[in-house]
Design a protein around this ligand. Structure first.
Ligand code: HEC
Length: 212
């Protein structure tokens, strides 16, 4: 009789152990759901669609709303205010009136801007912005702008920023690779590669001397 009890107790324990190891991914009974299902984003973690929803319309329902994106209007620390002109001809036309928010740059900032230009832009535009980078000379993409030409010298900083932000024809957008400050910095750097604007430098005026 004693033997039978011992055997059945052992069998029961073995059974419980086996059953409890069934699925390690299942937390079993949850009495603190916020701890069992973290609200924080866990890299590569699969979110349980019975618990989470990415649909803003279901916010406040029994499900936890979470869609990985920052709250609307969030500005990264140190980042400039959002650029609001739209990616169309109206936005392009208006962009010329947007001033470059960066008044001046230190030598270190200028060399950082140059580094970013060489990484992102020189492949097409060339290190001297003359439109003769490796992709241009290979003939794979035609019509790459020579940014040292007069029309680009005269082009407003805002227009350049607009085109870098949204892309233009064969040139893609750089909004996801470069933040707003970096894009404005690159515009400033392009200016250092351009010859001084023929229009901006007033032709030496000799008339005054002559009449005097
Ligand atoms: C894939 C090649 C390519 C790369 C890379 C590239 N561009 Fe361009 N870029 C072009 C082409 C092509 C044009 C001419 C677009 C047009 O006017 O049709 C252009 C035009 C421009 C213009 C003139 C825009 C205008 O409104 O007319 C600027 C300024 C410019 N690029 C800056 C940059 C900067 C800054 C970078 C790096 C962040 C860059 N580009 C990277 C191909 C490229």
């Amino acid at each position: 009789m004693k033997k039978i009890t011992t055997i059945s107790v052992l069998a029961l324990m073995a059974g419980i152990i086996l059953v409890s190891c069934d699925n390690k991914r299942q937390p079993g009974k949850i009495y603190m759901p916020d701890m069992a299902y973290s609200r924080a984003y866990e890299t590569y973690a699969e979110r349980d669609s019975n618990v989470f929803t990415a649909n803003p319309a279901l916010r406040g329902s029994s499900k936890i709303f979470y869609n990985n994106t920052p709250v609307a209007g969030t500005i990264k620390r140190g980042e400039l205010f959002p650029y609001t002109l739209t990616d169309d001809s109206v936005g392009y036309a208006k962009s010329a009136s947007v001033p470059n928010p960066i008044a001046s740059m230190t030598d270190a900032e200028m060399s950082e801007a140059g580094r970013l230009f060489n990484i992102n832009c020189a492949i097409c535009h060339g290190e001297k912005a003359q439109g003769n980078g490796p992709i241009s000379t290979s003939g794979k993409i035609g019509g790459i702008a020579n940014l040292t030409l007069d029309n680009y010298v005269k082009m407003a900083d805002g227009t350049m920023f607009h085109s870098i932000t949204y892309g233009k024809n064969l040139m893609g957008s750089y909004a996801s690779q470069l933040d707003r400050k970096q894009r404005w910095m690159i515009v400033k750097y392009i200016r250092t590669l351009q010859p001084k604007a023929a229009a901006a430098v007033p032709a030496t005026d000799n008339t005054q001397k002559a009449t005097k």
